[in-house]
Write a protein that binds this ligand. Structure first.
Ligand code: ATP
Length: 359
Protein backbone atom coordinates (compact mmCIF):
# COMPACT_ATOMS: atom_id res chain seq x y z
CA UNK A 1 0.00 0.00 0.00
CA UNK A 2 1.20 3.49 -0.85
CA UNK A 3 -0.20 6.41 1.18
CA UNK A 4 -0.49 9.76 -0.56
CA UNK A 5 -1.72 13.04 0.92
CA UNK A 6 -3.98 15.13 -1.31
CA UNK A 7 -4.60 18.86 -1.01
CA UNK A 8 -7.16 19.69 -3.73
CA UNK A 9 -7.27 23.38 -2.64
CA UNK A 10 -9.45 25.80 -4.61
CA UNK A 11 -11.09 26.36 -7.97
CA UNK A 12 -10.04 23.94 -10.70
CA UNK A 13 -7.69 22.22 -8.21
CA UNK A 14 -10.72 21.18 -6.15
CA UNK A 15 -12.54 20.18 -9.32
CA UNK A 16 -9.76 18.14 -10.95
CA UNK A 17 -7.56 16.57 -8.25
CA UNK A 18 -10.15 14.23 -6.62
CA UNK A 19 -11.08 12.95 -10.10
CA UNK A 20 -7.42 12.35 -10.92
CA UNK A 21 -7.03 10.42 -7.63
CA UNK A 22 -10.06 8.25 -8.51
CA UNK A 23 -8.42 7.59 -11.85
CA UNK A 24 -5.13 6.61 -10.18
CA UNK A 25 -6.96 4.31 -7.75
CA UNK A 26 -8.69 2.55 -10.68
CA UNK A 27 -5.31 2.11 -12.35
CA UNK A 28 -3.49 0.95 -9.22
CA UNK A 29 -5.61 -0.13 -6.26
CA UNK A 30 -2.61 -0.12 -3.91
CA UNK A 31 -2.69 3.69 -3.79
CA UNK A 32 -4.45 5.23 -0.77
CA UNK A 33 -5.38 8.89 -0.73
CA UNK A 34 -5.79 11.00 2.41
CA UNK A 35 -7.47 14.35 1.84
CA UNK A 36 -6.58 17.63 3.57
CA UNK A 37 -8.97 20.59 3.41
CA UNK A 38 -6.35 23.30 3.08
CA UNK A 39 -8.29 25.85 1.06
CA UNK A 40 -9.47 29.43 0.73
CA UNK A 41 -12.98 28.27 1.72
CA UNK A 42 -11.68 27.01 5.04
CA UNK A 43 -9.59 30.16 5.53
CA UNK A 44 -12.68 32.32 5.04
CA UNK A 45 -14.63 30.18 7.49
CA UNK A 46 -12.02 29.67 10.19
CA UNK A 47 -9.07 31.99 9.54
CA UNK A 48 -6.78 28.94 9.24
CA UNK A 49 -4.34 28.48 6.37
CA UNK A 50 -2.14 25.47 7.26
CA UNK A 51 -2.11 24.29 10.88
CA UNK A 52 0.96 23.00 12.76
CA UNK A 53 -0.81 19.68 13.12
CA UNK A 54 -1.26 19.43 9.35
CA UNK A 55 2.40 20.25 8.77
CA UNK A 56 3.39 17.48 11.20
CA UNK A 57 1.09 14.99 9.46
CA UNK A 58 2.17 16.01 5.95
CA UNK A 59 5.81 15.46 6.93
CA UNK A 60 4.89 11.81 7.46
CA UNK A 61 4.04 11.27 3.76
CA UNK A 62 6.57 10.47 1.07
CA UNK A 63 4.40 12.25 -1.49
CA UNK A 64 1.67 14.85 -1.64
CA UNK A 65 -0.57 15.83 -4.54
CA UNK A 66 -1.53 19.50 -4.56
CA UNK A 67 -4.27 21.02 -6.77
CA UNK A 68 -4.20 24.82 -6.68
CA UNK A 69 -4.78 27.58 -4.17
CA UNK A 70 -6.18 31.11 -4.37
CA UNK A 71 -9.52 32.83 -4.44
CA UNK A 72 -10.47 36.23 -5.92
CA UNK A 73 -12.06 37.37 -2.65
CA UNK A 74 -8.87 36.89 -0.60
CA UNK A 75 -6.12 39.49 -0.80
CA UNK A 76 -3.41 38.25 -3.23
CA UNK A 77 -0.41 36.87 -1.40
CA UNK A 78 -2.15 35.54 1.72
CA UNK A 79 -2.79 32.01 0.49
CA UNK A 80 0.35 31.95 -1.68
CA UNK A 81 2.65 32.92 1.19
CA UNK A 82 0.85 31.05 3.98
CA UNK A 83 0.15 27.88 2.07
CA UNK A 84 2.46 27.31 -0.91
CA UNK A 85 5.59 29.06 0.33
CA UNK A 86 5.00 27.79 3.87
CA UNK A 87 4.65 24.18 2.71
CA UNK A 88 7.81 24.47 0.60
CA UNK A 89 9.72 25.83 3.57
CA UNK A 90 8.29 23.61 6.33
CA UNK A 91 8.57 20.44 4.28
CA UNK A 92 12.03 21.48 3.10
CA UNK A 93 11.16 21.09 -0.59
CA UNK A 94 14.36 22.59 -1.94
CA UNK A 95 14.02 21.68 -5.59
CA UNK A 96 11.30 22.46 -8.10
CA UNK A 97 11.22 20.30 -11.23
CA UNK A 98 9.35 21.71 -14.21
CA UNK A 99 9.28 19.57 -17.37
CA UNK A 100 8.22 21.28 -20.60
CA UNK A 101 7.29 18.89 -23.36
CA UNK A 102 5.63 19.47 -26.72
CA UNK A 103 2.63 17.33 -27.58
CA UNK A 104 1.54 16.36 -31.07
CA UNK A 105 -1.51 18.32 -32.24
CA UNK A 106 -0.99 20.84 -29.41
CA UNK A 107 2.42 22.41 -29.96
CA UNK A 108 4.11 23.42 -33.19
CA UNK A 109 7.63 22.74 -31.95
CA UNK A 110 9.49 19.75 -30.60
CA UNK A 111 10.62 20.58 -27.09
CA UNK A 112 11.56 18.20 -24.31
CA UNK A 113 13.28 20.22 -21.61
CA UNK A 114 13.26 19.90 -17.83
CA UNK A 115 14.05 22.84 -15.59
CA UNK A 116 15.51 22.12 -12.15
CA UNK A 117 14.83 25.24 -10.15
CA UNK A 118 16.21 26.04 -6.71
CA UNK A 119 13.11 26.41 -4.54
CA UNK A 120 14.00 28.12 -1.24
CA UNK A 121 16.47 30.97 -1.65
CA UNK A 122 17.68 33.56 -4.16
CA UNK A 123 15.24 36.51 -4.04
CA UNK A 124 12.48 34.55 -2.28
CA UNK A 125 13.90 34.60 1.24
CA UNK A 126 11.64 37.31 2.71
CA UNK A 127 14.67 39.33 3.80
CA UNK A 128 13.19 42.61 2.74
CA UNK A 129 12.35 46.01 4.09
CA UNK A 130 12.32 49.75 3.69
CA UNK A 131 14.83 52.41 4.71
CA UNK A 132 13.01 55.67 5.35
CA UNK A 133 14.48 58.86 3.98
CA UNK A 134 16.92 60.53 6.40
CA UNK A 135 16.28 58.02 9.19
CA UNK A 136 18.67 55.69 10.91
CA UNK A 137 17.67 52.17 10.06
CA UNK A 138 18.18 48.83 11.65
CA UNK A 139 16.51 45.57 10.83
CA UNK A 140 17.24 42.03 11.88
CA UNK A 141 15.90 39.00 10.07
CA UNK A 142 16.33 35.57 11.54
CA UNK A 143 15.12 32.80 9.32
CA UNK A 144 16.34 29.34 8.53
CA UNK A 145 19.88 29.11 9.76
CA UNK A 146 20.96 32.71 9.44
CA UNK A 147 20.54 35.95 11.28
CA UNK A 148 21.09 39.06 9.17
CA UNK A 149 21.34 42.62 10.46
CA UNK A 150 20.98 45.55 8.13
CA UNK A 151 21.60 49.10 9.25
CA UNK A 152 22.45 52.44 7.73
CA UNK A 153 21.04 55.80 6.70
CA UNK A 154 19.64 56.99 3.41
CA UNK A 155 18.84 60.32 1.79
CA UNK A 156 16.01 58.66 -0.09
CA UNK A 157 13.41 55.98 0.60
CA UNK A 158 14.88 52.61 -0.18
CA UNK A 159 13.05 49.32 -0.68
CA UNK A 160 15.16 46.23 -0.68
CA UNK A 161 14.97 42.47 -1.02
CA UNK A 162 18.09 40.45 -0.42
CA UNK A 163 19.06 37.60 -2.70
CA UNK A 164 20.60 34.84 -0.60
CA UNK A 165 22.41 31.63 -1.46
CA UNK A 166 23.61 29.42 1.38
CA UNK A 167 26.35 26.88 0.81
CA UNK A 168 24.64 23.87 2.40
CA UNK A 169 21.42 24.42 0.47
CA UNK A 170 23.06 25.09 -2.90
CA UNK A 171 25.32 22.05 -2.50
CA UNK A 172 22.44 19.70 -1.72
CA UNK A 173 20.43 21.27 -4.55
CA UNK A 174 23.11 20.60 -7.20
CA UNK A 175 23.77 17.13 -5.77
CA UNK A 176 20.08 16.26 -6.04
CA UNK A 177 19.79 17.78 -9.54
CA UNK A 178 22.80 15.82 -10.83
CA UNK A 179 21.46 12.60 -9.27
CA UNK A 180 18.10 13.07 -11.01
CA UNK A 181 19.43 14.15 -14.44
CA UNK A 182 20.13 11.11 -16.59
CA UNK A 183 21.47 12.90 -19.71
CA UNK A 184 24.67 14.86 -20.23
CA UNK A 185 23.11 17.90 -21.89
CA UNK A 186 23.02 20.17 -18.83
CA UNK A 187 22.91 23.95 -18.90
CA UNK A 188 23.39 25.90 -15.68
CA UNK A 189 22.01 29.41 -15.87
CA UNK A 190 22.43 32.61 -13.81
CA UNK A 191 23.46 36.25 -14.20
CA UNK A 192 26.98 35.93 -12.82
CA UNK A 193 28.05 38.76 -15.13
CA UNK A 194 25.81 41.21 -13.25
CA UNK A 195 25.00 39.74 -9.83
CA UNK A 196 27.96 38.77 -7.71
CA UNK A 197 26.39 35.95 -5.68
CA UNK A 198 25.98 33.84 -8.82
CA UNK A 199 29.77 33.44 -9.01
CA UNK A 200 29.36 31.41 -5.84
CA UNK A 201 26.50 29.50 -7.52
CA UNK A 202 28.90 28.70 -10.41
CA UNK A 203 31.67 27.60 -8.07
CA UNK A 204 29.37 25.10 -6.31
CA UNK A 205 27.95 23.94 -9.67
CA UNK A 206 31.45 23.08 -10.93
CA UNK A 207 32.43 21.45 -7.65
CA UNK A 208 29.34 19.24 -7.52
CA UNK A 209 29.46 18.43 -11.27
CA UNK A 210 33.00 17.08 -10.85
CA UNK A 211 31.92 15.07 -7.80
CA UNK A 212 28.87 13.63 -9.56
CA UNK A 213 30.72 13.10 -12.85
CA UNK A 214 28.56 15.39 -14.99
CA UNK A 215 29.41 17.76 -17.84
CA UNK A 216 27.83 21.16 -17.55
CA UNK A 217 27.82 24.35 -19.56
CA UNK A 218 26.89 27.83 -18.33
CA UNK A 219 24.65 30.31 -20.06
CA UNK A 220 23.47 33.70 -18.79
CA UNK A 221 19.71 33.74 -18.20
CA UNK A 222 19.01 36.50 -20.76
CA UNK A 223 20.95 34.71 -23.52
CA UNK A 224 19.28 31.45 -22.54
CA UNK A 225 15.79 32.99 -22.77
CA UNK A 226 16.65 34.17 -26.30
CA UNK A 227 18.11 30.81 -27.37
CA UNK A 228 15.20 28.85 -25.91
CA UNK A 229 12.90 30.70 -28.29
CA UNK A 230 15.27 30.53 -31.30
CA UNK A 231 16.55 26.96 -30.93
CA UNK A 232 14.88 25.06 -28.04
CA UNK A 233 15.79 21.64 -29.51
CA UNK A 234 19.39 21.94 -28.38
CA UNK A 235 18.51 21.92 -24.64
CA UNK A 236 17.54 19.01 -22.36
CA UNK A 237 18.19 19.89 -18.72
CA UNK A 238 18.44 23.39 -17.28
CA UNK A 239 19.49 24.16 -13.71
CA UNK A 240 18.39 27.60 -12.55
CA UNK A 241 18.24 29.80 -9.47
CA UNK A 242 14.75 30.37 -8.04
CA UNK A 243 13.74 33.57 -9.86
CA UNK A 244 15.10 32.82 -13.35
CA UNK A 245 13.83 29.25 -13.05
CA UNK A 246 10.34 30.57 -12.38
CA UNK A 247 10.37 32.88 -15.39
CA UNK A 248 12.04 30.49 -17.83
CA UNK A 249 9.73 27.62 -16.96
CA UNK A 250 6.59 29.73 -17.50
CA UNK A 251 8.05 30.83 -20.82
CA UNK A 252 8.63 27.21 -21.85
CA UNK A 253 5.15 26.29 -20.69
CA UNK A 254 3.79 29.02 -22.96
CA UNK A 255 5.68 27.83 -26.04
CA UNK A 256 4.95 24.11 -25.55
CA UNK A 257 1.22 23.80 -24.93
CA UNK A 258 0.08 26.21 -22.27
CA UNK A 259 -0.72 26.03 -18.57
CA UNK A 260 -2.96 23.01 -18.99
CA UNK A 261 0.04 20.84 -19.95
CA UNK A 262 2.60 21.93 -17.34
CA UNK A 263 3.26 19.72 -14.30
CA UNK A 264 5.75 20.27 -11.50
CA UNK A 265 7.34 18.51 -8.56
CA UNK A 266 8.66 20.08 -5.35
CA UNK A 267 11.33 17.73 -4.14
CA UNK A 268 12.82 17.31 -0.67
CA UNK A 269 14.82 14.56 1.01
CA UNK A 270 11.89 12.93 2.78
CA UNK A 271 8.67 14.45 1.40
CA UNK A 272 7.87 15.65 -2.13
CA UNK A 273 4.85 17.52 -3.44
CA UNK A 274 3.55 17.43 -7.01
CA UNK A 275 1.26 20.05 -8.50
CA UNK A 276 0.15 21.53 -11.81
CA UNK A 277 1.79 24.86 -12.62
CA UNK A 278 -1.54 26.59 -13.18
CA UNK A 279 -3.44 28.31 -10.39
CA UNK A 280 -7.02 27.89 -9.27
CA UNK A 281 -8.43 29.64 -12.40
CA UNK A 282 -11.66 30.74 -10.69
CA UNK A 283 -13.03 32.06 -14.01
CA UNK A 284 -13.43 28.53 -15.37
CA UNK A 285 -13.79 26.48 -12.16
CA UNK A 286 -16.72 24.08 -11.77
CA UNK A 287 -17.69 24.26 -15.45
CA UNK A 288 -16.05 21.03 -16.66
CA UNK A 289 -13.89 23.00 -19.11
CA UNK A 290 -10.48 23.06 -17.41
CA UNK A 291 -7.74 20.95 -18.94
CA UNK A 292 -6.80 18.18 -16.45
CA UNK A 293 -3.61 17.09 -18.29
CA UNK A 294 -1.26 19.19 -16.11
CA UNK A 295 -2.67 17.53 -12.96
CA UNK A 296 -2.45 14.06 -14.51
CA UNK A 297 1.15 14.71 -15.61
CA UNK A 298 1.94 15.89 -12.05
CA UNK A 299 0.45 12.66 -10.70
CA UNK A 300 2.52 10.58 -13.12
CA UNK A 301 5.66 12.51 -12.09
CA UNK A 302 4.81 11.51 -8.54
CA UNK A 303 4.34 7.84 -9.46
CA UNK A 304 7.68 7.89 -11.26
CA UNK A 305 9.36 9.50 -8.27
CA UNK A 306 8.05 6.89 -5.82
CA UNK A 307 9.18 4.06 -8.09
CA UNK A 308 5.90 3.22 -9.89
CA UNK A 309 7.68 3.84 -13.19
CA UNK A 310 5.60 1.46 -15.23
CA UNK A 311 2.29 3.09 -14.23
CA UNK A 312 3.79 6.54 -14.82
CA UNK A 313 5.00 5.52 -18.26
CA UNK A 314 1.65 4.06 -19.23
CA UNK A 315 -0.18 7.23 -18.19
CA UNK A 316 2.25 9.41 -20.18
CA UNK A 317 1.94 7.21 -23.27
CA UNK A 318 -1.85 7.26 -22.93
CA UNK A 319 -1.86 11.07 -22.87
CA UNK A 320 0.25 11.12 -26.08
CA UNK A 321 -2.07 8.55 -27.64
CA UNK A 322 -5.39 10.28 -26.94
CA UNK A 323 -4.04 13.62 -28.19
CA UNK A 324 -2.77 11.87 -31.35
CA UNK A 325 -6.28 10.46 -31.79
CA UNK A 326 -7.66 14.01 -31.75
CA UNK A 327 -9.18 13.82 -28.30
CA UNK A 328 -8.24 17.45 -27.70
CA UNK A 329 -9.11 19.45 -24.54
CA UNK A 330 -11.31 22.53 -24.87
CA UNK A 331 -8.34 24.67 -23.78
CA UNK A 332 -6.54 23.73 -27.03
CA UNK A 333 -9.52 24.23 -29.33
CA UNK A 334 -10.92 20.70 -28.99
CA UNK A 335 -14.36 19.63 -27.77
CA UNK A 336 -13.45 17.49 -24.75
CA UNK A 337 -14.17 18.75 -21.22
CA UNK A 338 -12.40 17.91 -17.96
CA UNK A 339 -14.23 14.66 -17.13
CA UNK A 340 -14.03 13.31 -20.71
CA UNK A 341 -10.26 13.80 -20.91
CA UNK A 342 -9.70 12.08 -17.54
CA UNK A 343 -11.98 9.25 -18.63
CA UNK A 344 -10.16 8.69 -21.93
CA UNK A 345 -6.73 8.69 -20.27
CA UNK A 346 -7.94 6.27 -17.58
CA UNK A 347 -9.46 3.84 -20.11
CA UNK A 348 -6.40 3.92 -22.34
CA UNK A 349 -4.04 3.38 -19.37
CA UNK A 350 -6.05 0.43 -18.04
CA UNK A 351 -6.22 -1.12 -21.54
CA UNK A 352 -2.45 -0.83 -21.96
CA UNK A 353 -1.75 -2.29 -18.51
CA UNK A 354 -4.16 -5.19 -19.21
CA UNK A 355 -2.38 -5.91 -22.48
CA UNK A 356 0.88 -6.12 -20.54
CA UNK A 357 -0.70 -8.60 -18.09
CA UNK A 358 -0.43 -6.09 -15.24
CA UNK A 359 -3.65 -7.00 -13.42
P1 ATP B 1 -2.11 31.90 -9.82
O1 ATP B 1 -1.69 33.28 -9.44
O2 ATP B 1 -2.60 31.10 -8.68
O3 ATP B 1 -1.11 31.16 -10.68
P2 ATP B 1 -3.72 32.99 -11.93
O4 ATP B 1 -5.15 33.35 -11.86
O5 ATP B 1 -2.71 34.01 -12.14
O6 ATP B 1 -3.41 32.06 -10.69
P3 ATP B 1 -4.21 30.64 -13.32
O7 ATP B 1 -5.29 30.39 -12.35
O8 ATP B 1 -3.16 29.63 -13.43
O9 ATP B 1 -3.50 31.99 -13.08
O10 ATP B 1 -4.82 30.80 -14.76
C1 ATP B 1 -4.81 31.93 -15.59
C2 ATP B 1 -5.83 31.67 -16.68
O11 ATP B 1 -5.40 30.59 -17.52
C3 ATP B 1 -7.15 31.19 -16.06
O12 ATP B 1 -7.94 32.29 -15.79
C4 ATP B 1 -7.71 30.27 -17.11
O13 ATP B 1 -8.51 30.97 -18.00
C5 ATP B 1 -6.48 29.71 -17.80
N1 ATP B 1 -6.15 28.36 -17.29
C6 ATP B 1 -5.32 28.04 -16.28
N2 ATP B 1 -5.26 26.72 -16.09
C7 ATP B 1 -6.06 26.17 -17.01
C8 ATP B 1 -6.45 24.83 -17.32
N3 ATP B 1 -5.97 23.77 -16.64
N4 ATP B 1 -7.31 24.63 -18.34
C9 ATP B 1 -7.79 25.67 -19.04
N5 ATP B 1 -7.46 26.95 -18.80
C10 ATP B 1 -6.62 27.22 -17.80
Amino acid sequence: MVDIAVIPGDGIGKEIMPEVCNMLKNIDSSLNFYYYDISSERYKRTGKTVTDNEITELKGYKSILFGAIGSPDIKPGIMERNVILKLRRELDLYMNIRPAKSFNKISKNNINITIFRENMEDFYTEISGKVNENREFKKINSIYNYNIKIDGKSSDNIYYNLGILTEKNIKRFFKKAFSLIKNNNITVTDKANAIEMYNFWRKIAVEMAIKENKNIKFEYADALAYNLIIDPGKYESIIAPNLYGDILSDMLSGITGGLGYSPSGNIGDSTSMFEPVHGSAPDIAGKNIANPVASILSASMMLDYIGLNREANIINTSIDYILDKNIIPLESGGVYGTAAIINHIEKESICRLERQGYY
